[in-house]
Structure formats: C-alpha cells, structure tokens
Design a protein around this ligand. Structure first.
Ligand SMILES: C[S@@+](CC[C@H](N)C(=O)[O-])C[C@H]1O[C@@H](n2cnc3c(N)ncnc32)[C@H](O)[C@@H]1O
Length: 239
C-alpha cells in the first residue's frame, strides 16, 4: 500500500510503483498478510470462475489460476495496469483474460462468476454503491463477493489523506471506509454479509512490519479496531 498507486499520483507510473512496493520490506510483509486474508475469505477457488475487479498488475488473478480456478478474469480502469497484468500472466504461463473496464460498468453478463474479489479499489470509485450492484449482478446466486479496503481510521489512511492534501492526485480523491460502511454497501447491493475481518495492525514502517507482522493474524481473529486493512465476504442469495 505504501507506494501504490504512485508516489505523486502519476497513473502511468502505477506498475513501476507496484514493483517498488513489492520489493520493499513493508510491501512484501504487508502484501503477504493481506493476500492470506483475502484468500481465506475467498475460500477454495479450484474449478471455480473468478473475477478480480481493479485487478492491478494481476497478482490475485494469477494466484487464483495457480490454485486451479477454472476461469479467471481481471478488469482494471488503468490500461497500464492491464498491460502489467498481461505481462505477469505471460511470465507464469497463466490463461487469464484481462480487460480495461470500470467497476461501475462490468463488461460481463448477469450471474457469471462464483467469486468476485475487489481489493483496495472501492476507495477510488466515484459511485461505490453502483460498483457493488455491478459486482452483485455478475455473481452467480450462491456466489461470494470479497472486498478489502484500507481502514478509514488507520494510520495508513491518515498518511494517504495527508499525501492527498499535499497534492497527490490519486490519494486526493480516495475515500476510505470503515468495516461497517463496507457492510452497509454490500447489504445495499442485496448481499448477505459476513463479519468483517481486519489485518495490518502496525504503522506503515518496515521495522514495525518485521516486528509485528508475525502476530498480525492473531489480532485479526479478535477485532477490526486499529486494522489498516478491513475485509469481508458477502454472499448472493440463492434464487
Ligand atoms: C491500490 S490498486 C489495487 C490493485 C489490486 N487489487 C491489488 O490489491 O493489488 C487499485 C487499482 O484499482 C484500479 N481502479 C481505480 N478505479 C477503478 C475503477 N473505477 N474501476 C476499476 N478499477 C479501478 C486502479 O487502476 C488500480 O489498479
């Protein structure tokens, strides 16, 4: 999260900002913890159809493909990120379809996917309620949506708000939410919402991540208070 999406908000630099983030100590530890939580909430993907909304450079999509997903699609508003996602898929020999598109108008028919995942995307979407309705629309009845976002009251969100006030174009327009607000959005889209989970209880600093990262999953079982990352799963009611 530290370097993404672009230190000064330059969208063309998004993929390289991601590379820098993942090669930093903070980025490596944080991505691993967030990724585990998202995979845990997503459940077994083997044989399932998966959509990653705001897929970025395709890390989750490729991981789903490696875990045996039958069909994997990724959508992102940034052509540069979709290019990077294609490159990642090629490197892994993964058969994934990536498209440029927005969360508010997903280019798929109703009832298509078993799992829809959107990680740190809603904060950038102008009409989050519409995005949730779209994700619910493309989910199959009984299918599961997994949403993960930067927690509104975390030190991480505070740092990004500050960057926005100092002129970063991407963070200036970001809107962070509480777990309760995420639940409300998912309910509004007609989904049955599970309990929220938290992760990343340390401040955005590599040393803190190294010291506190190993106990993060224990805190995750207790509370979302103080979590920089909040996530939940929500199910589309069967017909
Ligand atoms: C912080 S990144 C997260 C990427 C990926 N989900 C991950 O966790 O690594 C946010 C991504 O959302 C994309 N994005 C922003 N607004 C979007 C929208 N309205 N529809 C789809 N993607 C969007 C950006 O281009 C960027 O790749």
């Amino acid at each position: 999260m530290d370097e993404r999406p672009g230190r000064d908000g330059n969208l063309k630099e998004l993929p390289s900002a991601y590379e820098r983030w993942r090669s930093s100590t903070l980025g490596r530890i944080t991505d691993e913890i967030e990724g585990k939580l998202i995979l845990d909430l997503t459940g077994d993907v083997a044989g399932r159809t998966i959509l990653d909304v705001g897929c970025g450079d395709g890390a989750f999509a490729v991981e789903s493909w490696k875990r045996g997903a039958k069909v994997v699609n990724g959508v992102d508003a940034s052509p540069q990120m979709i290019e990077a996602a294609h490159a990642r898929a090629r490197t892994h020999g993964a058969d994934i379809t990536f498209d440029v598109g927005t969360a508010q108008a997903l280019p798929f028919p109703d009832n298509t996917f078993d799992r829809v995942v959107a990680v740190t995307v809603l904060c950038f979407v102008d009409d989050a309620a519409q995005a949730l309705r779209e994700m619910a629309r493309v989910l199959r009845p009984g299918g599961r949506l997994v949403v993960g976002e930067l927690g509104k009251w975390s030190t991480w969100a505070a740092e990004r708000r500050l960057r926005g006030w100092l002129g970063n174009r991407v963070w200036r327009r970001a809107r962070f939410r509480t777990a309760h607000e995420l639940q409300h959005l998912a309910k509004g889209a007609g989904l049955a919402v599970g309990s929220p989970r938290g992760a990343i209880y340390y401040p955005p600093c590599g040393l803190a991540a190294r010291l506190l990262g190993p106990v993060d999953s224990r805190l995750s079982r207790w509370t979302t208070v103080g979590a920089a990352f909040v996530a939940l799963a929500a199910t589309k009611p069967p017909r």
